[in-house]
Ligand binder design. Structure first.
Ligand code: FE2
Length: 400
């Protein structure tokens, strides 16, 4: 069993398939104040504040900060006037994910194919160009306020160069002299890449969006959980996981299911202008204990689980692993409990995961920190325990 987590993109060869996704190019957040948000993600999660595009680089309408860690690239964007779409969307939804952008071989061809497959355009192909190379981008709309950009790069803007610290796009410049960047280089949190990305859609719309990902992006259904799997006495959800052809990215889609009390999906929608959007971003680590300890030391607020969780989990997980001929969970059980980490297993192995509380004042977007030891699922066995913990949080917010 492999313990290191190779970036999925490593195996991809050039292809004629315009919808072959090479990598998650970046995830763009629309935020109220990118300059300040950059420090939150740097201080709490260990991201490097790598590059900036703002008035000083000739960006007159918006400020963008490129944050990097491993193969994760976040772009935090703030509009500089009330008319900028980022400003308008922040008023409606608060801070959150706007764009999950994919690197492709030819952005224009990928866009044309997606449109032919039935996508609605978010914006037409445009090329940013200077003497160093080009970045071509084109966007399609997905659920609610979210979109997918296709990005193709040439010259110095090739993704291989970006990964080695090259300039992200024309009108970006490197950020220098930040002590938080020096600190993070010496004290890494170990986050490697985006493992999966979950969307919340409206009641009754899950299958619509499953079909959309099949038709438009030519994804396949990966796993299916129904509301019997993921429910507590009071609230529930339904979830289906869509995977890109090469399994580069997995995108579970949630919809609320009927429960006695308000589900976490409904709570999200209530505080997100009744509009679907990205619920959580799961970031992959090779060492869950190290990452969670580092993030806790930096003040990241994680969900807390009832103590009783650990009375049952080792029996459940190690039994499953033994049945399928896998070694038992090798991480120190006491350390796992002390750090409040969740554990789950399936026929392929196990995983360790933990969820943050919402990353902004509205109970909307959060992060998951995940480490896979063979398991390819999403922690189904934890959902009940997790939901009970989430409901406790919802109750504290008066939203149950
Ligand atoms: Fe997840």
């Amino acid at each position: 069993m492999s313990t290191m987590a190779p970036a999925p993109a490593a195996h991809i060869k050039p292809s004629n398939d315009p919808l072959q996704l090479i990598d998650v190019d970046h995830v763009q957040f629309y935020v109220g104040n990118a300059k300040q948000a950059a420090f939150f993600y740097a201080n709490c999660f260990g991201f490097t504040i790598d590059q900036v595009s703002d008035l000083s680089t000739g960006s007159r309408d918006a400020a963008h900060y490129l944050l990097t860690q491993g193969n994760i690239r976040l772009v935090l964007s703030t509009g500089l006037s009330a008319e900028h779409p980022a400003a308008m969307e922040c008023a409606l939804y608060g801070d959150g994910v706007k764009d999950v952008a994919f690197t492709v071989f030819d952005a224009e061809k990928a866009y044309d194919r997606a449109i032919k497959n039935g996508a609605m355009s978010a914006y037409e192909p445009r090329t940013y160009k200077d003497e160093h190379g080009t970045v071509t981008m084109a966007g399609i709309r997905t659920y609610g306020r979210a979109c997918h950009s296709f990005v193709s790069r040439t010259g110095a803007y090739d993704l291989t160069n970006i990964k080695q610290g090259g300039i992200f796009k024309p009108r970006f410049k490197k950020v220098t002299g930040l002590s938080v960047n020096d600190f993070n280089a010496k004290h890494p949190c170990g986050l490697k890449y985006v493992d999966h990305l979950v969307g919340n859609v409206e009641l009754g719309k899950m299958n619509y969006w499953v079909k959309w990902y099949e038709d438009v992006l030519e994804f396949k259904l990966f796993k299916h959980f129904d509301d019997k799997d993921i429910s507590t006495e009071y609230s529930a959800l339904m979830s289906k996981v869509m995977a890109s052809g090469n399994h580069l990215i997995k995108m579970p889609i949630n919809e609320p299911a009927e429960g006695k009390k308000k589900s976490q999906i409904e709570e999200y929608l209530d505080w997100h202008h009744h509009t679907p959007g990205v619920q959580h971003l799961a970031l992959r680590t090779d060492d869950e204990l190290h990452s969670i300890a580092a993030l806790r030391a930096r003040g990241v607020d994680f969900l807390t689980l009832p103590d009783a969780y650990y009375d049952l989990v080792w029996g459940r997980v190690n039994k499953m692993l033994k049945e399928h001929g896998h070694e038992a969970v090798r991480e120190d059980h006491d350390a796992v409990k002390k750090l409040g980490i969740l554990v789950d297993a399936d026929e392929d192995g196990y995983l360790l995961q933990l969820f943050t509380k919402p990353l902004q004042d509205r109970p909307t977007l959060f992060f998951e920190i995940i480490c896979r030891r063979g398991s390819q699922s999403f922690g189904k066995g934890n959902f009940k325990a997790l939901f009970e913990a989430l409901e406790l949080e919802q109750e504290r917010r008066g939203n149950l």
